[in-house]
Write a protein that binds this ligand. Structure first.
Ligand SMILES: Cc1ncc(C[n+]2csc(CCOP(=O)(O)OP(=O)(O)O)c2C)c(N)n1
Ligand SMILES: [Mg+2]
Length: 1038
């Protein structure tokens, strides 16, 4: 009210436009208060229709009126004129009279002092309509932006223009405009009509289209909104529920003239386009019949990535980790990561011999690591491209995990130094669920990488499938909306628009540390690969593509026409790069041997010798001193902080732990504590992740204590063990196996000096992460010469819980082991056990004692190399009174036992033993109980195979030789076509040179892993035990 009061008094008969000019030059766009510039003293405060909230609005009208009296509603015009003429309060404005009998004469009396009766309601309505219109463009403008360079498909798969915006592709062509306006009026959306176009409306604070102006004619408002939201950039952001973030984006896209490039920037962009385009041309000329998944149609990807990297480097990032699919990968390696061209070209030589062990991989899957100076920012930057399988999007969580680890190791808690960029294809981004799972990790405290820049090569096709058949969402990028990531769609034939959104995307990430998506709407000039004929399936699209001028040519012509470069300069740039390619091609012919090691994405400096070998081929004792065991045990059974109230039930658990420590024994949970706690002391970071791992699915672990009285007050005793210990991270994950296992694998990739474990809730759930297991963990080293020491803890065991929650599917892991079942290795070799581990693709164990579990965890780090470790972990054994280990078996000098031989009565008189039963894991306890019940301790020996793979041929041969008169049988609780039998049997037979049969005692083959009926379960168990101890059981078969 104060403003208006002062306003009315100061009204001078100066021209409205003069006044606005002065004002708008002097004040910032956002400053909407007029107090500083107007000092009115007239008692307009007494105006009966003005309230506190309407005064700002009236001020806005006033500005508009000053600029152009005709721009505001007639009623305002009259009001301001009356006030200006000194009309006393209550007379400058009079409300309309009711239409009652006699009202006409009353109306006649109520003529305005100066002109017609004002209509404030209409005025307010019109302003609200304009506000709504602005908002409509912000929300839906992207639906009509001109995003498809081919002009065939709408990027949102919908050709209609939203009914509440006025956009037309022909930029407000009058006829189209009138039609739209008519529709809006008829539709009743805003009630604006053509006569309103030249009226000036004050702009709300939620738009920046005014620049320095705070009011604009409607025509100009629409034009500017069209410029901001309906050209080559489609900004999708209004779902973001944060005002500051929305304002930031509006400002970046609405501010008039904000998208400016210097001539220098334009020339850099052209040079980058030259490289991108000519690289593909070169490959096409030299190897026209080779698959390379070329980038033609999206050449702009290279300058786009370089812009994101330049801008991020400028903002302090010095390490960028990238993941990408096939499309344009060689180009990215050459022109973004700057892999030597000859190294890329020689990959096309089919006669090249492999220098490294393993099967290697095709050229467009290999990774890369490179440190160099960023020429734009003059700062050091490290770029790494993570090797990936064909399985689209599978590398996403791996990249995130590696990024998290790199951030962790350099203390970058906010993601200011290390970041990731993920590239996607449009079909894969929309279709693969792992994209969603990875997005859901993006904001979790133990998984966030503080923002990823996603770039989608949206060529509007997936192999041969049209997007209209491939997704139900309007855009391929809609999945990103769940995490409130802004999405910038951009027409890739407008390189400057692409550069601009990439710059904004990088700035967004460094400002808000949240994910952002750049959707490069482009096309694919060739078939899916260079061999494919696209006209079979997309005839119309490809007819159009054949007519499409390459983006480089278009942009070069533009810059030549603008005088930014001249034709000879442009041609010179091209021949310069062609020459670079030719020279590299000549050098590539000298490469005779293919070194996959040159394609390593994560080097581990110092871990291996200079030529990449382990520093030794031995493993020290995994035991510990009594003091260390006791100390860890004491911390594990206490609350190491003051004023912390734990749950009564937990107090009892800790007390029991304390008693175990006093008795010098450990159960499963304590064994794990001992392994972790001791490695932390040795400077090894430990990260345990998975669903509910903090407490443990089976409530045995309790690594995070919760104060019962204070919300979110927790204590992790493992981090209170030693003065300078390594940090322990234990984190409950999102409910995703694929995403989280991929993430942890990526985390483990970054450093060999960390024990990274992923625990499945139950072992069977690992199969939703099967892709990570099959494509990365099992063959990772063979394909990419990259070691990885990830540990999988997979709860497993037939306990009558039904077909689910029982089997971690050991058969699948064992089937994928690379050791030969039919060849007995040289058992006399020095360090046989370590060599075996070195040669294997992964280690598979099923420990029957907590002590052995402790040893195998420690061995994982004490080994001089890294292999994935698969552990089938127990459920009922966690609390089994016999599943305990004495400190004696964990002291210095002790080791992991690959085989635990029989050590009872049978071992004392081995010649008398009639049957030697081999088993693994929990069934051992059923067998010993049954043997005891049957009093057969002298006749039946039971030997446990703890390390299934690599197979302990040496130790088992010793066992078999010890019992010369015994039949051999494998006993398992899993069904015959599952479990370990198919893996163990041929290897046992090889061990004994097939001298004897190896019998089977276990469940029959079955489709499901376990019965859902408890009674059937027990009957099956008894049957297998009967077979195991019936010494005549196999008579009829021999
Ligand atoms: C998980 C998975 N399923 C299927 C394939 C086979 N495949 C390879 S490329 C491709 C099309 C991918 O389309 P898009 O993501 O749009 O990438 P573009 O090739 O168009 O760049 C398909 C289906 C694959 N590689 N991975
Ligand atoms: Mg595609």
């Amino acid at each position: 009210m104060f403003h208006l009061r002062t306003c009315a008094a100061k009204l001078r008969p100066l021209t409205a436009s003069q006044t606005v000019k002065t004002f708008s030059q002097n004040r910032p766009a956002a400053a909407r208060t007029l107090g500083q510039i107007r000092c009115f003293t007239s008692p307009v405060a007494a105006e009966p229709f003005l309230s506190g909230t309407s005064s700002n609005y009236v001020e806005e009208m006033y500005y508009a009126w000053l600029e152009n009296p005709k721009s505001v509603h007639k009623s305002w015009d009259i009001f301001f004129r009356n006030t200006n003429a000194g009309a006393p309060p209550g007379t400058a404005y009079q409300s309309p009279l009711p239409l009652s009998p006699g009202s006409l004469s009353a109306m006649a009396r109520a003529q305005p002092l100066v002109e017609a009766q004002p209509n404030v309601d209409k005025l307010v309505e019109d302003h609200l309509a304009v506000q709504s219109l602005i908002r409509a463009y912000q929300i839906r403008g992207h639906h009509v932006a001109q995003l498809d360079p081919l002009g065939i498909l709408d990027a949102d798969l919908d050709s209609s223009v939203p009914a509440d915006i006025i956009s037309s592709t022909d930029k407000l062509d009058l006829a189209v405009f009138k039609e739209r306006l008519r529709m809006l009026t008829v539709g009743g959306f805003y009630g604006l009509d053509e006569s309103d176009l030249d009226k000036v409306f004050h702009l709300p604070t939620t738009t920046f289209i005014g620049g320095q102006e705070s009011a604009l004619p409607l025509r100009e408002i629409i034009r500017r909104l069209e410029m901001a939201y309906c050209q080559h950039i489609g900004v999708e952001f209004m779902f973001i529920n944060d005002l500051e973030q929305c304002q930031w984006i509006r400002q970046k896209f609405e501010t008039p003239g904000i998208m400016q490039f210097t001539n220098e920037e334009k020339r850099t962009l052209l040079a980058r386009l030259v490289r991108s385009t000519r690289f593909e041309d070169f490959l096409q000329r030299k190897w026209s019949s080779e698959k390379r998944f070329g980038l033609e149609g999206c050449e702009v990807l290279i300058p786009a990535l370089k812009t994101i990297i330049d801008k991020s480097s400028e903002n302090g990032v010095d390490y960028v980790i990238m993941g990408m699919p096939h499309r344009g990968r060689l180009n990215v390696l050459a022109n973004v990561i700057r892999k030597e061209l000859e190294q890329i070209f020689c990959q096309f030589d089919s006669k090249l011999e492999a220098a490294d062990e393993g099967s290697g991989d095709v050229k467009y899957h290999l990774g890369m690591y490179h440190r160099r100076i960023n020429r734009v920012t003059d700062r050091n930057i490290t770029l790494s491209l993570v090797a990936n399988p064909s399985h689209l999007e599978a590398a996403d969580p791996v990249v995130m995990g590696k990024t998290k680890a790199e951030q962790f190791y350099c203390g970058d808690t906010e993601g200011k130094k290390v970041m990731s960029i993920l590239l996607h294809g449009d079909a894969a981004f929309a279709g693969q669920g792992i994209v969603y799972e990875t997005f859901h990790l993006s904001d979790l405290p133990s998984y966030t990488t503080h923002g990823t820049v996603h770039v989608v090569v949206n060529n509007q096709i997936g192999f041969t499938t049209d997007p209209r058949m491939a997704r139900s969402s309007p855009y391929p990028t809609d999945v990103a909306r769940v995490v409130n990531a802004p999405i910038f769609h951009v027409n890739s034939d407008d390189p400057e628009a692409v550069m601009y959104v990439c710059k904004v995307a990088a700035e967004w990430r460094s400002t808000f540390h949240k994910d952002v998506v750049v959707d490069l709407v482009c096309y694919r000039r060739n078939g899916h690969n260079e061999m494919d004929e696209p006209m079979f399936t997309q005839p119309l699209m490809y007819k159009q593509i054949r007519k499409q001028k390459p983006v480089l040519q278009k942009y070069a012509e533009l810059l030549v026409s603008q005088g930014v470069v001249n034709q000879p300069e442009y041609e010179e740039e091209i021949s310069k790069y062609d020459k670079i390619c030719e020279e590299a091609f000549t050098r590539s012919k000298d490469e005779k041997i293919l070194h996959i090691k040159h394609w390593l994405d994560s080097p581990w400096p110092g871990f291996f010798t200079l030529d990449g070998q382990p520093r030794s081929m031995t493993c020290p004792s995994t035991g510990l001193t009594e003091d260390i065991l006791t100390h860890i045990g004491n911390v594990a059974s206490s609350v190491p902080v003051e004023n912390f109230t734990i749950h009564g039930g937990l107090s009892r658990i800790l007390k029991t732990r304390g008693e175990m420590v006093k008795n010098r024994t450990v159960d499963w949970a304590l064994a794990e504590y001992m392994a972790f706690g001791s490695l932390l002391k040795e400077g090894i970071h430990i990260r345990l992740s998975g669903q509910d791992v903090e407490r443990g699915t089976f409530s045995h672990r309790h690594h995070v204590l919760h104060d019962q009285n204070v919300d979110k007050k927790t204590c992790i005793p493992m981090n209170h063990l030693w003065p300078n210990q390594a940090p322990y991270t234990v984190c409950n994950s999102s409910l995703s196996e694929y995403g989280v296992l991929g993430f942890e694998l990526g985390f483990a990739m970054a450093s060999p000096n960390a024990l990274v474990l992923w625990e499945a809730q139950f072992g069977d759930f690992h199969n939703t992460a099967q892709c990570i297991i099959d494509q990365f963990i099992c063959p990772g080293q063979a394909k990419w010469v990259r070691q990885n020491g990830i540990v999988l803890l997979l709860p497993h065991g037939m306990e009558g819980m039904g077909p689910e929650h029982s089997s971690a599917r050991p058969e699948r892991f064992l089937q994928m082991c690379n050791d030969d079942p039919d060849v007995l290795p040289n058992l006399e070799e020095a360090n046989f056990d370590i060599n075996q581990l070195y040669d294997c693709n992964w280690v598979v164990v099923n420990c029957s004692t907590p002590g052995n579990f402790f040893h195998v965890l420690r061995r994982q780090i004490l080994l001089p190399f890294r292999k994935p470790l698969i552990i089938f972990t127990p459920k009922s054994l966690l609390r089994h009174p016999e599943a305990r280990t004495s400190f004696d078996e964990m002291l210095s000098g002790t080791h992991f036992q690959r085989v635990i031989p029989e050590d009872g009565l049978a071992a004392q008189n081995p010649e008398n033993v009639k049957r030697l039963l081999f088993c693994t894991g929990k069934v051992y306890y059923d067998l010993t109980r049954e043997r005891k019940a049957r009093d057969m301790a002298e006749q039946v020996a039971i030997t446990r195979i703890e390390q299934l793979s690599p197979f302990p041929f040496d130790l088992l041969l010793r066992e078999v030789q010890k019992y010369p008169n015994a039949e051999l049988a494998w006993c398992q609780e899993e069904h015959k076509n599952q479990g370990y039998y198919d893996y163990v049997k041929p290897r046992l037979r090889t061990t004994i040179s097939r001298a004897k049969p190896v019998w089977y005692a276990g469940r029959d083959p079955a489709a499901a892993p376990a019965t859902g009926n408890k009674k059937t379960h027990l009957t099956e168990l008894q049957r297998l035990l009967d077979t195991a101890f019936d010494l005549d059981a196999f008579k009829n078969f021999s």
